[in-house]
Design a protein around this ligand. Structure first.
Ligand SMILES: [Zn+2]
Length: 229
């Protein structure tokens, strides 16, 4: 670790923790809640994140039932569509554009730094998971990416839920991939093809070399897109 990074980590560790923002309810984005809350942070989220963490939630694609989060790990400040925070000279704009990857997605924009965090609306360079058990869908993903694109410029640093830190051009490329595969799968489904027949037709083939190398492989992604159409 270089000296600057070490200095940043130590200074972050020694500063009070005021806020923790959940971009959505999924465990890989909320399982630090209890720990960071115990250090003093208020947990902020879209209202459906609290709803999901308050009850048991079944996700069929993972064959897993999530138990309610311990009380200390649940958000205590929630909102539906908009919230603005002032913090350390920054204005932080939170927006919920409705269901996309789940029904609890939030975008977080640091206006002075010009940094946008998109949670799992954006998987930079890899096929995304879409959680249809909590109202996610391919059309919702596309809608939320398009809504986010209206709030960024070529200079904005865009933080994805998975993959490397990105930019507007990469977010557009991700959107275009979603739209193209959605059209391919929709056309086959409209022809009356079953899920297995759609998978056999390889509707993602042109994109697999670039996007298919992570946890969501081409067959899995085809299934997720099909489920939402
Ligand atoms: Zn997620």
């Amino acid at each position: 670790m270089d000296g600057l990074r070490l200095w940043r980590e130590v200074s972050l560790r020694n500063r009070p923790k005021r806020y923790l923002i959940n971009t959505h309810w999924h465990w890989d984005h909320t399982d630090g809640n209890g720990w960071v809350h115990s250090l003093g942070a208020t947990i902020i989220a879209q209202e459906n994140t609290l709803k999901r963490l308050f009850t048991t939630t079944r996700v069929e694609e993972w064959n897993y039932t999530f138990q309610p989060w311990p009380v200390g790990g649940r958000p205590t400040v929630t909102f539906k569509t908009d919230k603005t925070l002032k913090f350390d000279g920054e204005t932080i704009v939170l927006k919920g554009f409705g269901p996309g990857h789940t029904d609890s997605d939030v975008t977080v924009y640091f206006t002075k730094a010009d940094v946008m965090s998109l949670g799992d609306i954006f998987w930079n360079g890899v096929y995304p998971f879409i959680d249809s058990d909590t109202r996610g869908s391919i059309d919702g993903m596309i809608r939320l990416v398009n809504a986010s694109l209206e709030h960024v410029t070529d200079k904005t640093i865009i933080i994805p839920g998975h993959g490397p830190v990105g930019n507007r051009a990469q977010l557009i490329e991700f959107r275009d991939m979603l739209v193209a595969i959605r059209e391919n799968v929709a056309r086959l489904k409209q022809q009356g093809k079953s899920l297995d027949e759609v998978i056999s037709a390889k509707p993602t083939a042109a994109y697999d070399a670039k996007w298919g190398g992570f946890v969501i492989d081409p067959v899995f992604f085809t299934r997720l897109v099909y489920a939402g159409l």
